[in-house]
Ligand binder design. Structure first.
Ligand code: BES
Ligand code: MN
Ligand code: ZN
Length: 475
């Protein structure tokens, strides 16, 4: 995979010290807008309005960093110079400078990303930024933080590349291969189970969903042993294309369903990142991968699958496939004796109905874990918002002719769809002897207007996972 070539250099001094050839970025307290001007010969300046300094906060800072790169891109500035001075952002003075510098680099890198893999390179090249010169008071501290931020940004962009890749070029087999490539040279072991192994284990739910496709399913296990304690187990939905199966999606909703492996892509790159940055924590990544297709051997509405847990499932809707493959993965997670299990999945359109486009849904019965994840989300920029998992909802996934059903069916089936997804997964997760949380990342599968990110995959929740693992690392 092609890595970003953007460089970030840190220097002591003031942005007015920038050499000729660097477009200087200056911030003003104007509410909005960009002004480009030339003061002296050869010294170009871009002025960006950031509003009242006292109203600055971390969320706005993240967007501002991305806006800086986007302004540079639209003005075709290859080299820019910025001032990293917390005095500019009076409200951010409480944030540790290293933390802020890391966020800055992360978001510069994220904003510089475009998915160009299938485009012909223009003669004048891509309009990406090549170099950013950052003027900071403490060069050593900021340089280290910038390097870390760059690595995080690269991992997020690598995740976006995987997720953006069309379904025909990112099958379950190719996703397993991509996982291997992502951790090449890192102390991470990779194992991929094929159909035979899954049959032997009894992963009837994964195998059931896969039956409608000519593409074989895979189940990939990544292991990074950075610490001695029990591992954090991350599970990512890897549906490489979700046609809906026999409950075929409509034209409007089938679009973008090559990104239904976004959870899996995030798990792959979160594990790789934890290893690359040598976090002192053990992490296991599980990626069940299938293509959900309506082939002539496809699972039928009404069919019953026997999951790895031995619980039987009535498949009332073949489009509720994510929860089926995750069920087997959650059961499989038990063998790692986890400290905690977190799954990430583009599970329901209903999560978007509930939350709009700016937060993933968080579902868990563990209040401490909920808070830990909410904090990791808030500080990283991958925001999450909790939905309930009360007993009152449990009857909706009880089966009529099997132990469970994958959707409630009937006239109330549309209500609270994300909670139903979580409640279904809970039937498997409750067999684990550890806290579990589910992240329905459908709202954050793609970048939203105002995110200052390229169209397509948003690369969530790589940052949240990283922050969470970092928080659990023994220093
Ligand atoms: N992958 C989809 C959910 C989705 C929709 C993700 C839009 C991102 C954007 C999932 O497999 C699905 O089809 N869910 C169904 C569930 C329903 C059948 C209970 C849905 O949301 O309609
Ligand atoms: Mn589906
Ligand atoms: Zn799906």
């Amino acid at each position: 995979m092609k890595l970003s070539t953007m460089k970030i250099l840190v220097k002591k001094g003031d942005v007015t010290d920038a050499p000729v050839g660097y477009v200087r970025i200056c911030f003003t307290d104007k509410p909005k807008g960009v002004k480009r001007f030339i003061k002296e010969k050869g010294v170009e300046t871009l002025e960006i309005g950031i509003g009242k300094p006292a109203e600055m906060n971390v969320r706005k800072f993240i967007i501002l960093c991305r806006a800086v790169v986007n302004v540079a891109k639209t003005n075709t500035c290859k080299k820019i110079a910025v001032q990293f001075d917390q005095n500019l952002f009076t409200n951010l003075q409480a944030v540790a400078p290293a933390r802020l510098a890391q966020l800055m680099a992360e978001n510069f890198e994220m904003a510089n990303f475009e998915f160009n893999a299938f485009k012909t390179k223009p003669k004048e090249g891509w309009d990406t930024v090549e170099e950013i010169l950052v003027f900071a008071p403490d060069v050593r501290e900021v340089t280290a933080a910038v390097q870390k931020g760059l690595e995080i940004g690269r991992a997020i962009n690598a995740c976006r590349t995987l997720a953006n890749t069309p379904g025909g070029d990112m099958t379950p087999t190719l996703l397993a291969k991509a996982a291997r490539a992502a951790v090449k040279g890192l102390p991470v072991t990779v194992t991929t189970l094929g159909v035979k192994e899954m049959q032997k284990l009894g992963m009837g739910a994964v195998l059931g969903v896969a039956k409608g496709s000519s593409e074989a399913p895979t189940f990939t296990i990544l292991k990074y042993q950075g610490g001695k304690g029990k591992p954090v187990v991350l599970v990512g939905k890897g549906v490489t294309f979700d046609s809906g199966g026999l409950n075929l999606k409509s034209s409007n909703s089938i679009y973008e369903m090559h990104m239904d492996m976004s959870g899996g892509a995030a798990v792959i790159h979160a594990v790789a990142l934890a290893a690359r940055l040598k976090l002192k924590c053990s992490v296991v990544g599980l990626i069940p991968a299938v293509e959900n297709m309506p082939g002539n051997n496809a699972v039928r509405p009404g069919d019953v699958l026997t999951s790895l847990s031995k619980k039987t499932i009535e498949v009332l809707d073949t489009d509720a496939e994510g929860r089926l493959i995750l069920a087997d993965a959650l059961t499989y997670a038990k063998r790692f004796d986890p400290a905690v299990v977190i799954d990430a999945a583009t599970l329901t359109g209903a999560a978007m109905i509930a939350l709009g486009l700016h937060a993933s849904a968080l579902i868990t019965r563990d209040d401490t874990l909920a808070q830990e994840l909410a904090e990791a989300g808030e500080s990283s920029g991958d925001y999450v918002w909790r939905l309930p998992l009360w007993d009152e909802y449990a009857d909706r996934v009880k089966g009529t002719f099997a132990d469970l059903k994958n959707v409630p069916g009937g006239s109330t089936s549309r209500y609270g769809g994300s909670i139903d997804g979580g409640m279904f997964l809970w039937q498997f997760a409750k067999e684990l002897d550890c806290p579990w949380a589910h992240l329905d990342i459908a709202p954050r599968m793609t970048a939203a207007p105002g995110d200052e990110l390229a169209e397509g995959a948003a690369g969530e929740p790589v940052r949240l996972f990283f922050r969470f693992i970092e928080g659990r690392s023994k220093q």
